[in-house]
Design a protein around this ligand. Structure first.
Ligand code: HAM
Length: 452
């Protein structure tokens, strides 16, 4: 039997792994600029954490959770999202008693949803997200949106679309739900089975239904904006005015309701298209919520947050060529000529690693040409060739595989030589490709950097 990963899950390695780290590191760095600290909650929680958190009426809780009884007969669930677990952790650890509000946390890792796998949709996928809890302010809502938008722009996305909407406060939503219930009740016989359940649990979920006929019926349903209280309305416009001040472009999309039950007031999503128009779905979704911390037995705190789908972002960045900065090269490939020099070569490799450079060596004797092929496949920057003759003279041959230049270097001076070669690259902050000219080593783009 040939084993394959479970449907909707995939293995991540090599380039894709580097890309994954690149994206999460960027979100991590930007979140830290905004004062967020990291939190890691368990992958597995009691099922109630999510049914209370994400809401009984959401598709996620009703249909998509990986839920099972553990050996102690307790119902547990692989997290379908992080927000509920983070709220549970804030309460379990009474973090609200020891930290100033807003409590700001970021997180990343796998989430699990039993969805139909398709482009950009997996059963195990990775999210990066943030939650800011304990301060109810449109400034914090706007700042959270700005964080997301800034990170996308730093990743190189030039053309994202930020959709925003308001779901109003609890009272507004209650009135709206009642209006929807009345409207959909008179059409329910023509609608799908799922919508029958949605009508009872939360008619707002019907607006998310993907069945064509149901969408047609939903298009004439009462509109949220007619039920928003004046307070919620002015809060929404205040948030938008702050976004304007930040220079954040957005589009108000009245059909945006989000698929989780905990939101109130502003909600948002980030979308972007690939070069060939492929739609991977929302790259980021989030919004404001009330009452979640209270739901777990903590204070009545408001919160705001978002999560991004790391795979979707990586797929789009790959498609749009935004990964050019990723450096997955090996610094040095050490090539011993003959078994006699193996020991010396391996200890030289260890010494170079101790200087902080990545090094690989072959473990079986082969022709120099095959070593060079391996070095090339490994994307090595330097080849370091060492044979008996070099050993006797205390030198090695160092070949820069980018510039195709080889020179003899004293082993005692290797540290200096490598530091110089790598330092030269790092110290140049201009983004341009450099022309290396013998004699006059000036960088043609006019930056202050000069090559030897
Ligand atoms: P969500 O919209 O369910 O929100 O998920 C956030 C992001 O996770 C989506 O925009 C998408 O990029 C990614 N995603 C969701 N499902 C999948 C899937 N099956 N395969 C691949 N990627 C997926 C939440 O999870 C909320 N907890 C966000 C939040 C945080 N709201 C407030 N705080």
């Amino acid at each position: 039997m040939e084993f394959q990963p479970i449907k909707g899950t995939h293995d991540v390695f090599l380039k894709e792994m580097d890309e994954y780290h690149y994206v999460t590191a960027l979100f991590r760095a930007v979140s830290e600029l905004y004062g967020y600290r990291e939190i890691a909650t368990p992958t597995l929680e009691y099922t109630e954490v999510f049914s209370r958190g994400a809401g009984e009426s959401s598709d996620i809780v009703r249909k998509e959770m990986y839920t099972f009884l553990d050996k102690g007969n307790r119902s547990v669930t692989m997290r379908p999202e992080f927000t509920a677990g983070v709220m549970r952790a804030i309460v379990s650890n009474k973090l609200y008693a020891s930290m100033d509000a807003p409590l700001k946390f970021y997180y990343s890792g796998p989430a699990f949803r039993y969805e139909r796998p398709q482009l950009g949709r997996y059963r195990q996928f990775n999210q990066f997200g943030v939650e800011a809890v304990g301060t109810d302010s449109p400034y914090l809502d706007a700042e959270t949106i700005l964080l997301a938008v800034s990170a996308f722009s730093m990743l190189g996305f030039e053309d994202i679309s930020l959709k925003v909407n308001t779901l109003g406060d609890d009272a507004s939503r209650k009135k709206y739900r009642a209006a929807l219930k009345e409207y959909f009740a008179s059409h329910i016989d023509e609608m799908c089975e799922d919508c029958h359940a949605r009508l009872e649990l939360n008619p707002m979920r019907i607006l998310d239904c993907k069945v064509g006929k149901d969408q047609e019926i939903a298009s004439s349903a009462p509109k949220m904006k007619d039920y928003i209280s004046p307070e919620s309305d002015s809060r929404f416009y205040k948030t938008l005015s702050i976004l304007n001040k930040f220079g954040v472009k957005y589009e108000v999309d009245e059909s945006l309701v989000r698929g989780l039950d905990y939101y109130s007031e502003i909600v948002f999503e980030v979308h972007a298209k690939g070069k060939d128009g492929k739609d991977y779905g929302a790259l980021c979704g989030g919004g404001h919520y009330n009452g979640l911390v209270k739901e777990f037995g903590g204070p009545d705190y408001a919160g705001v947050g978002f999560a991004v789908g790391v795979e979707r972002i990586c797929s789009l960045m790959e498609e749009n060529g935004l990964f050019s900065d990723i450096d997955s090269e090996l610094d040095v490939y050490v090539m011993p000529i003959g078994e006699e020099v193996y020991e010396e070569a391996y200890s030289l490799a260890a010494n170079i690693r101790a200087l902080g450079y990545s090094v690989e060596t072959p473990f079986a004797n082969a022709k120099l040409s095959s070593y060079f092929k391996k070095a090339e496949r490994r994307n090595a920057h330097f080849a370091l060739i060492i044979g008996e003759d070099e050993l006797k003279r205390g030198v090695c041959q160092l070949k820069d595989l980018r510039k195709k230049e080889q020179r003899e270097v004293k082993i005692d001076e290797l540290e200096e030589t490598l530091d110089e070669a790598f330092g030269e690259e790092e110290s140049c902050s201009c983004q341009n490709e450099h022309e290396h000219e013998e004699g006059n080593g000036g960088c043609k783009c006019g930056c202050s950097h000069h090559h030897e």
